[in-house]
Design a protein around this ligand. Sequence first.
Ligand SMILES: [Zn+2]
Length: 267
Amino acid sequence: MPELPEVELTRRRLERDLAGRRIERVEVRTPKLRLPIPGELAIALPGRTIRSVERRGKYLLFDCEGGWLIIHLGMTGFLHFLPEPALPGKHDHLDIVFMGGPVLRFHDPRKFGTVLWTMADPLSHPLLARIGPEPLIAGFDGDYLFRMSRSRRVAVKLLIMNSEIVAGVGNIYANEALFRAGIRPDRPSSSLTLPECGRLAAAIREVLQESINQGSTFRVAEESAAYHPLDFAVYGRGRGSCSLCNGALEEIRLGNRSTVFCPRCQV
Ligand SMILES: [Zn+2]
């Protein structure tokens, strides 16, 4: 599943390919993904130029001269830029065709992605309005996490995966950040001290930023429309050993998601 670094890298790639391009037409082949694809896209988009591509949490926001195309990649969504027109394959649900022939194509085998259109401020859209602070921007720090965790007994891993607390931290980076901060994922949030919150906020920023800098912890294989995970310290390593103490890692379920940690290094 694409997480914040993959979405940010997608944003950079698409802004490079799309900024300044004028839309000729829209082809919707699948009327409904997680939500129906708005019918008005076919009328509203042609003639507009994409000015920029922005991001809020894991939503991509395409600035279309006064209107906003909003796309969430869901579990398996992938946006291809095709310099030349090409026949659509299976799971190619939506094409945005630009003047001269290039195509932005939305591919999504599991159809959990979302495509929206708004003429209003995209940040006030009901699906975006409640998203918490961006983890890579000032305002997300230990003091903030400490404040948000005081009255919450939920496991700290679920706290940081709650997009209303902080934007875009999914299962992979929650596992990795807690390992790096030395905090057990099943600790009640309210038991965290201020220094622990500081370490955790810093670890979240580090794992996300390092992943973006490396070109993502996923190798974005555009030809196969997939994100392939590379190596992590704990995520996906439930039967492995800890890279710090060499002891056995432990795997539990939290919020029905696989959670891996070192019972010695994380307290
Ligand atoms: Zn360890």
